[in-house]
Every structure is written in C-alpha cells, then in structure tokens.
Write a protein that binds this ligand. Structure first.
Ligand SMILES: Cc1cc2nc3c(=O)[nH]c(=O)nc-3n(C[C@H](O)[C@H](O)[C@H](O)COP(=O)(O)O)c2cc1C
Length: 475
C-alpha cells in the first residue's frame, strides 16, 4: 500500500477500505513490528465490545466481527513485517432501507456531501464507507496495537464519561491507573458508577422509544508512556491522538486534561506543580493531560472525545428531494444505534492505540529527523542537540541490528541445545568458548578487542543459561 492522503501515520500507515453493505471491509496497516504473537481470543473479546446486536442500546444488526488475516502474519499469528491486511466479512445487511438515500439525504449524515463529491454511484447503503461499521477495523488493528503496548508496559482504557446530561465519575487526571482499568475491563457498557450507567441506559432507551437518539462523551487514559514521546509541533501527541479520534465517525470534539475548562482558569489554578521523591519527577495535578509542548511528560495521558447523537432517527425531520428540488419530510427506517457512544468505546481505544504505537515507534525508527525543527535556545544549542539526536539515532539503528542478530543467535543456540540433549553432551564446551573469544578478539581489532571480549563473555553466559533452561524444561 502506498501512503495516500486518506491514511494515518508516521511510522505506521493505517487505512480502511470498503463500505457497510460490501461483502467485506478491510484494514491495511504497514509498519507494525515483526515477530509479535497476536492473542486471538483477546482480540475477539475486544472486538465484541464494539460488535453490533449485542445489547439493547445498540443497533439490532447482528454481525460476528471476526477478523480474517489476508497477510502480515504467519500461520501461528506471529506478525511477519509484511503489510497487514485484515478483512471483516459482513453477513447481515438489509439494503432496502436505503433505497431513497440518493434522493433524500439524511440530515447530519454524510449522504449529501458524499453525493456531491463522488456522484450518483457512491454506495451509501448502510452509510457506505461513512458507516460506524468501519470502526470494527479500528478495533481489529487497534486491538493488536493494544496487545503490543501492553507487552511493553503501556495500558489504555476508556469509560463512558457522559450520555446526554448523565455523568459517570470522571477519571482522576493525576492518579488514574490500574484500579480503574480493572474496574472497567471488558465491560460492554463501561462506567465506573453502576448507577450512572443505569441512568444512561434509561436515557438511551427513552430516546429510542421516541424515535430519537442521544450523544455522549468517552474518556480515555493511556498509562505507562515514558517522558518525551512526540514532537513539539506538527507531530505532537495531541495532534496524533486527535487525528485518530476524529477519524471515527460522529466525533465532534477532542480535549486533553482539563481541556476547554482550563481556558477559564488562572495560571495558578491550572499549572501542574512538579514534585520529586529524590529519584523521579512527577506533577501533583495533571491538568495538561500528560502532554507538555506536544511531548509526553510521564503522567497519564487523559483525553475525551465528544460524539454527536446518531444522525439516523425515526422521528420526522426536514430534508430535500434532490431529484425534485423540493422540501420533504423524512422519517428514517432501518436499524440504527440510538447512541453510538457505548459501541464507540472500543473503537476509540483502538484508534488511540494506533496513534500511541505510532508515537512509540518514533523512538525505534528515529533517524534523527524526528525533530524537524530542533528545539533551540541559540544556534549553539541547536547544533548540539541536533548532533546528539543524530548520534543517538545511529546508536538506536545499531541496537536494532544487534537485537535482530541476537535473536537469530538464540534460535541457533536453541538448536544446539536440542542436539546436545539428544546426544547427551554437556552444555559447557570450554574449548569452543575459547576459540570463539579468540575469533571475536581478531574480528574486533586492537582498539575494541578487550571490550568486545567482555561483551561476548556475557553473551556466552546468557546463551549457556538459555540452553540449560531449555534442556531442563524439556526433560
Ligand atoms: C460505533 C458507531 C456506530 C454508529 N452507528 C450509526 C448508526 O447506526 N446510524 C447512523 O446514522 N450513524 C451512526 N454512526 C455515526 C455516523 O457514521 C456518522 O455520524 C456519519 O458518518 C457522519 O459523519 P460525522 O458525524 O463524523 O460528520 C455511528 C458511529 C459510530 C462511531
């Protein structure tokens, strides 16, 4: 896939294809790290949180939402570095409800501008490419990104902050963490306060009964990111997370930390004071939502996404017959979510995870060009920081090569362990070790010989331990 203007990402390229009533919809993603084992059960459970037809507050259209990997993974679901193509087949379409959509556009849906832009042939059945169905792809690929981030100590979760005027307990900006994560885990209607959740469900049910719909806000937290991810301007953390959040249909606003509210505060109220325990630095409050100067500051990232009420409602509305150029009344039939927010929670988590992984990979893929305009107090500082970042990038590149080579070495060592076990040979082969160290000394040359020998002694020890563990565990 070429990077096209309707795709996301700097290190990862993510794009979606297909429409709601096509045989399948498809996600394509480039740049996901190689060698990662996907946990399919976990992914299916995650996708189920968004899948339609599972609850009274969602559309009755029932779909299984099972991801089919066309490429990007090997047979045992280990990523292979190729473009990841994920398909989700559609089974339960009812296109008859959309026969008039080309003539009478649904207010506040994408029908009108899509027809003007793409002409008569644009497929708007079920909302076409503009449908909430496409967010299943954000869950499929985003769910894999969540698994990868989790393996690297980063947690990401969300709750329904509000539906209409009913509010859940907001995340505590400075302290949100594992407690909230486990309280929310895998809930299909994720609220911290069960009573608030009940009231929200009642509000959704009453809107549906009146042929209406209702909007709401999701709040999402990302915990465990190091300080300094993101760039200070165009590739800021805010820009990249909002880019993905706004990709979700029906999102009309995104704010971080105290967000819009902070504009009403004094600096003394809004500033987040720094404190230290002698080892680490943190802030007492987190009004900035974990982001300063476009970069992570080590505190939780907390952001909110506002979803408008579902546009397709049964109640009568004004629209226009484009063929007759007359004002008409419209009452929408078909199966729709009376509130998109509960199903969008997993989609927003997926979207945020894709953005977070993209940020995370800045470090790995940093070629020294990340800071396109280096931070500079003076020209001297500028050159120094640019020089340092280039040198660090060179070190990062070397480390990547070394890690890949070490992985190959461990695989080979594992083969040796099997051979030794089969033939009853001991793990330690002192003569071979001495020969190896001598070879390293020669390869390294005079300047580095002693250093490299030390490094290799550690490698050989690790390799022996690994072989021994392997033999012990299998015997
Ligand atoms: C999970 C999810 C489910 C949605 N379900 C519906 C739906 O059933 N009916 C509908 O009219 N819009 C639904 N939408 C919203 C529309 O897709 C969206 O309003 C439309 O594409 C116009 O885009 P915009 O609101 O971003 O301007 C849903 C959105 C999401 C995120």
């Amino acid at each position: 896939m070429d990077k096209n203007f309707n795709s996301f990402g700097k290190n990862i390229t993510f794009a979606t294809f297909g429409g709601s009533h096509d045989e399948y919809i498809e996600a394509r993603a480039l740049g996901f790290p190689k060698g990662f084992k996907i946990d399919m059960q976990k992914l299916l459970a995650f996708m189920k949180r968004r899948a339609p037809g599972n609850a009274a507050f969602s559309t009755p259209r029932k779909e299984d939402d099972e991801p089919v990997f066309v490429s990007g993974v090997d047979g045992d679901l280990v990523t292979n570095g190729d473009e990841m193509i994920i398909r989700i087949y559609s089974k339960n379409m009812r296109s008859s409800a959309y026969k008039d959509v080309h003539d009478i556009p649904r207010p506040s849906h994408a029908d009108y501008p899509a027809m003007v832009k793409y002409g008569e042939n644009v497929d708007l059945r079920g909302g076409g490419h503009f449908s909430g169905r496409l967010t299943a792809l954000f869950c499929a690929f985003g769910g894999i990104c969540i698994q990868y981030l989790e393996k690297n100590g980063v947690s990401l979760f969300s709750h329904i902050y509000s539906v209409g005027n009913v509010n859940d307990i907001p995340f505590s900006l400075a302290d949100v963490g594992e407690k909230e994560k486990s309280a929310l885990s895998d809930k299909i209607f994720p609220t911290l306060d069960e009573n608030a959740g009940e009231k929200m469900r009642e509000l959704i049910a009453s809107a549906r009964a009146k042929g209406d719909s209702v909007g709401g806000i999701l709040e999402c937290a990302i915990i465990g990111l190091p300080v300094g991810l993101g760039e200070h301007m165009f590739a800021s953390v805010e820009a990249r997370i909002s880019d993905m959040a706004f990709a979700l249909p029906a999102v009309k606003g995104v704010e971080f930390g105290r967000g819009f509210e902070s504009s009403r505060l004094f600096g003394s109220e809004n500033n987040d004071p720094f404190v230290t325990d002698g080892k680490t630095v943190k802030t007492l409050t987190n009004n900035c939502g974990g982001i300063l100067g476009g970069m992570t500051d080590g505190m939780p990232i907390v952001f909110r996404a506002a979803f408008k009420p579902t546009p397709s409602i049964a109640a009568e509305q004004d629209s226009v017959s484009l063929s007759k150029m007359e004002n008409v009344k419209l009452s929408i039939v078909g199966r729709h979510d009376p509130c998109v927010v509960p199903r969008a929670a997993a989609a927003l988590e997926g979207a945020a995870a894709i953005a977070t992984l993209d940020l995370w990979l800045d470090e790995m893929n940093n070629d020294g060009g990340g800071m396109s305009v280096p931070l500079n107090a003076s020209n001297g500082d500028h050159n120094e920081s640019q020089g340092l970042s280039e040198l660090r990038a060179a070190i990062d590149r070397c480390d990547r090569t070394i890690v890949e080579a070490l992985k190959e070495r461990m695989k080979a060592a594992s083969g040796v362990a099997e051979y030794k076990k089969k033939n009853g040979l001991p793990v330690l082969d002192k003569k071979r070790e001495e020969q190896l160290l001598e070879k390293i000394r020669l390869l390294a040359g005079d300047e580095y010989a002693e250093y490299f020998v030390e490094i290799y002694k550690a490698v050989l020890k690790t390799s022996k331990d690994f072989q021994k563990n392997k033999i012990d565990s299998e015997s």
